[in-house]
Design a protein around this ligand. Structure first.
Ligand code: ZN
Length: 307
């Protein structure tokens, strides 16, 4: 059943588990996410970026989610706009049927971030839609980074408290050292868990971890075995994800892992049978590989069995 983001995340916040927020750009990704939710009996957040919306058309993005959520009414699902860049973009998504939107004004000065988020919250709440915002910059941090440098990049707990009070935002993505894509850390993975706990204590709302793909060993190997190249990519280890959930993270964004798992299968089929051109022969194993990764993540985050 299609519900608001808060309906899923407030339960996770109270009970202390994480819910995967999985990005999709087509039917195949969405189908794999729903099949994983059925297999693990887990709530899900599915999300589309502005780029994904441009690719699918906003009516297609919403329509696919509505059809699948009607087909599987036992699965609580929220549809989130990932990294909305303006009030207009968020309003479009809300009017089209999204049940959650992220307004990402984190690169603007604090006061501007507050003002933009407030405007989106007012409109969204009048329509029963939940809002996510972000504080700090998504950037990998290293051991030798100074305290000043850290403070310039990562979320400031004082600001987080003030931000939530001022904007009435429903959930917050505090930058604690993750980054987007497959190359998250230069050296050893490192996240600022103490800062996370302080933000959780001061805000007491669901928190969000962006850039949280793990790139599990078997996914990496499947991609490399087909001649793929992931260079020096590094994901967030499962132990870190679990530590983050313990520290107050309830929404965990995952995109890169799904892409790599899917494309490894497409590459494998192409390599094994150069005469193959039936799309289903590529996409069916792609969806199955993706489903396996998602089910495993639901178990790691603790959302399995919570539908
Ligand atoms: Zn993100």
């Amino acid at each position: 059943m299609l519900v608001s983001g808060s309906e899923i995340l407030l339960k996770a916040h109270k009970e202390g588990y994480g819910v995967g927020a999985f990005n999709f750009v087509n039917f195949e990704m969405l189908n794999a996410i729903f099949n994983a939710a059925l297999e693990a009996n887990s709530p899900i957040i599915v999300q589309a970026s502005e780029g994904a919306i441009k690719y699918m058309g906003i009516d297609m993005a919403v329509g696919l989610v509505q059809i699948l959520s009607k087909r599987y009414p036992q699965i609580p699902v929220a549809l989130n706009l990932d990294h909305g860049t303006s009030f207009e973009s968020c309003k479009k998504a809300i009017d089209a049927g999204f049940t959650s939107v992220m307004i990402d004004a984190s690169h603007h000065p604090f006061e501007e971030n507050v003002a933009m988020t407030k405007e989106v919250v007012q409109y969204a709440h009048s329509k029963g839609v939940s809002v996510e915002a972000e504080l700090g910059r998504l950037m990998g941090i290293e051991d030798n980074i100074s305290v000043d440098e850290k403070d310039a990049v990562l979320v400031n707990p004082d600001e987080a408290e003030e931000f939530v009070k001022e904007t009435k935002v429903d959930y917050l993505a505090p930058a604690i050292g993750t980054s987007h894509g497959a190359f998250k850390f230069k050296g050893e993975p490192k996240l600022d868990f103490a800062r996370l706990q302080e933000v959780k204590r001061r805000t007491n709302i669901p928190l969000v971890l962006h850039g949280a793909s793990a790139i599990p060993q078997y996914v990496r190997e499947a991609f490399l075995a087909t001649g793929g190249d992931l260079k020096g990519s590094k994901g967030v280890p499962f132990e870190f994800l679990q530590e983050a959930v313990k520290g107050g993270i309830n929404k965990v964004n995952i995109d890169t892992d799904l892409r790599i798992a899917f494309m490894a299968e497409v590459r494998r089929v192409a390599n094994e049978d150069p005469t193959q051109f039936d799309l289903r022969k590529f996409f069916t194993p792609g969806m199955q590989a993706m489903q396996k990764v998602i089910v495993e993540r639901m178990q790691v985050l603790g959302s399995a069995g919570k539908a």
